[in-house]
Design a protein around this ligand. Sequence first.
Ligand SMILES: [Fe+2]
Ligand SMILES: [Fe+2]
Length: 136
Amino acid sequence: MAIAWTTELELGVAAIDEQHRMLVDMINELIDRIERGEHKQGFLDAIQGMKAYAEYHFAEEEALMERSGYSSRVEHIREHRLFADRVGSFNPGGLLHESLEAEETLAFLNDWFVDHIQDSDRRFVEEVSAEVFEPK
Ligand SMILES: [Fe+2]
Ligand SMILES: [Fe+2]
């Protein structure tokens, strides 16, 4: 049930691809812990670590969107917030038992991430000029 890294997820911008790969690794770690029924504290730490990294990644993307004046940034930022809010409301107790909640959460992590990169992040990278992604 882990997210497979495929070329479909590559956007061709090194810094962003690298962050996405890191995030996929962290989400897969979380998925693995949910599936193994990891003890609560380790799981809580993994959620917090993933959320912190996601926030860092979102801030980086959002800064690039501001700088480029990307036309769909409001909608894009809304998707980032939705993800952060949902992860913030995870209930470790409920997720660590084979439950509908755990299954829905696994599906959410997988779908959100893959769809967001393939659709929203790709649209952003394709619309704005490559210069936006060049380091200063
Ligand atoms: Fe992204
Ligand atoms: Fe994004």
